[in-house]
Design a protein around this ligand. Sequence first.
Ligand code: ZN
Length: 306
Amino acid sequence: MNLNSETTGMMTRRTGRLAAISMVSLGLLSAACVDPTPGPNTTKPQQTRTRARMGQHQPGMGSMRPVDGARTYAISPSMGRPMREVVGRSLQGRPIEARVFGSGNDCIFILATIHGDEDAGTPLVEQLADYLERNPNLYMGRRVVLMPNANPDGMAAQTRTNGNGVDLNRNYPADNFKASDRHGDTALSEPESIAIHDVIERYHPSRIVSIHQPLRYGSECIDHDGPAKPLAEAMSNHTDIPVRRIGSRPGSLGSYAGVTLGIPIITLELPKEVKGWDASRLWTSYGDMLLAAIRYPETLTVFAGQ
Ligand SMILES: [Zn+2]
């Protein structure tokens, strides 16, 4: 959160929100006219699923870019370009990258693959980043922080845990934290957990979405902790994934952010079967749901054209 903006936030928040809505409305035209590539699917959810299963991918979607490897992380002030930064390093030295779009008191933090073998969210969030770069009107008046890969060692090894065998989603200082080899000897014992924690400490997000995949087929859901049920329901209007409470897990990010800190947090369990889908197929199916989370509580339908 920007302290300078916070000092004037109370006076300007209302007008800022109205301005943001107007700008999003204006963005209907600019998004349609400027961006030559299609947005995510906005047809009814069942149609989305059917088309995705048929493998009819939309052409021209932005290409995936690797999170890993050599890269410069200089701040780019130009509109549409996110601030890219390495917010931490994994145990094995891989960068944990965040991309920060826009500014404002309203901030959403979206992260993927805290469980390394539940990695469909990583190409999906990469696609979201590409889309925001091309459509800056979508985040005017707010800040969007994306972390495409929260557990790069786990994703590389295709393990749920990090390189220490710790489940990062049990390693947070929630009241229900339980120390163990699997959860960590202490909360925030792992560098990957700290990287996420640092982002929360720095940006004070208004809401968080953490993208997972379930262990079993048919268990996809929009889970929520803290005061996040309205956000979950808003997202569910853009997908056929149901809202369902899984229940608090010890030391989970949901327990910590949602219950301990009171930040609305969604644990988004994408269908198990989408693992291995290419990026454009994931984006076509689930991008609109993420855009709804960014726009929340605005309910304007930006792309539907109806
Ligand atoms: Zn998970």
